[in-house]
Design a binder for this molecule. Sequence first.
Ligand code: HAS
Ligand code: CU
Length: 571
Amino acid sequence: MNSIQTTDERLSFRNHQPLLEKDKVVLDRKDAKLVMAHMYVAIVCLILGGLAGLLQTLVRSGTLKLPAGIGYYQILTVHGIILALVLTTFFIMGFQTSAVARTCGPLTALQRKLVWIGFWVMLIGTAMAATMVLLNKATVLYTFYAPLQAHVIFYVGMALVVVGSWISAAGQIMRYAQWRREHKGQKTPLLSYMVTINNVMWIVCSLGVASTVLFQMIPWSLGLVERIDVSLSRTLFWYFGHALVYFWLLPAYMAWYAIVPKIIGATAFSDNLARMSFMLFLFFSIPVGIHHQLVEPGIDVLWKYVQVVLTFMVVIPSLMTAFSLFATFEAYGRKQGAKGILGWFKNLPWGDARFVLPFIGMAAFIPGGAGGLVNASAQMDQVVHNTIWITGHFHLTVATAVILTFFGTMYWLIPHCTGRVMTKSINKLALIQGYMWALGMSIMSGAMHFIGLFGAPRRSTYSEYGGSKVAAEWIPYQVIQAIGGTILFVSIILVVIVFIQLCFFAPKGFEEYPVAEAMDQNQPTYKFVENWKFLIVVTIALILIAYTIPVGQMFIDPPPGAKGFGEGKVW
Ligand code: HAS
Ligand code: CU
């Protein structure tokens, strides 16, 4: 095999620049194998979860009746769990492992073993949970809110997925810590720092879901206790749940800050700013979960207010990210001779799927983030809460901004790991895939946002409202959603074709693992950004401020302010 082959000719479709010696780093074969194991699971999840999604839009629009007694909520559970929880976690753990291995060097045998153990524990947990969902013994949706109850094996399975991810995260963090020990006083590689922030955030937040599963759900589903406190279980879930959405987002941000600039042949705007924004994500991602509970009784309005304020704090690092990306693109465009405010737009490499997919993701995140601001504004949330607007919101964020970035990342990560290269024709297919996603999602999510404003509920089917006049008015929008959903499903089939090509059929060669340098690459970072004692103390302090009293109040009977919706101090 001709490994570092002359890629220039083959990659001319990409505006390819000759590789520098330092860009020719190849992942250790053993690490590449480990990364690929995660990718295979992710693609299987995509097929199953995507199919469930297609069926849902068809059922909602009244076009399809599910056969063999399969329920709507059963496939909705499959869709949510397999895509939002399982696909994301496997992709993220695989990608993050690759990022530390690429920037810090190959994993040691112990670190690699930990990531493998994490992988298997997650896979066993997934199989247990999936079996129960398929047997219709865990039709509880991805949020598994009580009083919906699942078989105990489902909860144990989900707990294993979380525990597995902790073991994997430990392996990745150890690689970062080892680099720090070996390079005392030096600035750590940006990607490894980002991976560590995301892992620490993940470990701290998942303690919430682990405790509701362990101390509430499992004893309850075993019949050891007759009832559990629903308010408390929802609060513990959302203590985890908002950070969960950032656990999905941050790997996409890693690609936007530290990889996409290299793909377009530019220098990233700022290493320091990227670290600052990740630090803020660690601080503010967790103490904001109550913004998912703004209409729930039993939580005092003051604490809802505090968490809404903190939610607006967590918007700041996203605005910093948007600023940083615009600055990177603009600086690059001007260097190429672009003029005017938006002249840079034309100079971007529109023929390169590794760039175009994440870019569509960024563009989708502008309306996606704006929708988030609407949700977080408590009064406006009264209008959109539990409507299909929310479904529209998270299909722009996680199911476009994040997932298109993940696909765009797979399109170089997989050939890098399998020792193959992207060809002109596969790249073209990948571009079509990205544009189809943009089209399908604009249609589906647009219709969801629109009809949500008129009160169409999320998580409900037409048959439940069958015959009512108002439900009949929603039907055309459900049909539009189904059209969008069908286009998305075709796009998923293209992802699978591209994936298989890159795994098994693309020509052998060297595909770069792009890592950008920043304009302030050689300047030191602010010391506190990597002072882990400081980071963890601030994180925990903010959590205690935001949660101690509202959770404490749940143990007082009757809870203060729990007089009922709209009365007293409760929204
Ligand atoms: Fe959200 C509900 C608030 C971001 C996911 N969210 C959800 C649910 C999910 C989800 C899954 O406050 C449903 C949960 C359930 O099942 O009940 N969300 C926010 C806020 C933000 C936000 C304030 N959400 C996300 C992200 C997600 C996600 C990210 C997944 C990855 N969300 C809420 C609230 C609810 C909620 C309430 C509960 C609602 C209810 O009633 O139940 C913000 O963090 C967003 C900040 C983002 C921005 C955008 C920055 C833009 C960037 C792109 C730059 C583009 C460039 C390209 C450079 C301010 C970085 C140039 C392009 C050109 C075209 C020129
Ligand atoms: Cu949230």
